[in-house]
Design a protein around this ligand. Sequence first.
Ligand SMILES: [Zn+2]
Length: 136
Amino acid sequence: MTGWDDVLGLTDQSIPVTDHDELFVVASVTERTAVIDYVQDWFGGDDGRSALRLVVDGADCGVLHRSDAYALVSPSDRGGLGAGDHSTLPGYSVAYELLTLRCPQPGCRVRGVAVSYDADDPPACSLHHMPMRIDA
Ligand SMILES: [Zn+2]
């Protein structure tokens, strides 16, 4: 149970893991605003990005497609995609530090971004099930 089950309801569980998955590692307690902001920014940052795999509390929750990610935002939530630095708007109170992760397996192109990272239980590559390392 999360505060953003509607996001998880949009994911596609039928997509097999690949060696170039992009993971979004997040805890179920993360605020809905932060989750949606990150997803929007990620898709908005590169038109070539089409799918983002959600890993919630260490569990693979399927892939969010670009079209579904955009459907999450209503015009009243924000001024539209790319409408400036929304992080300074009132109401956005919690700043999450994002960590970039990579799989230690040579040749594996799986990448991840984590808003929640437990050093004792790091997120694993969806393909190799090896703990991912922070990409400094
Ligand atoms: Zn891997």
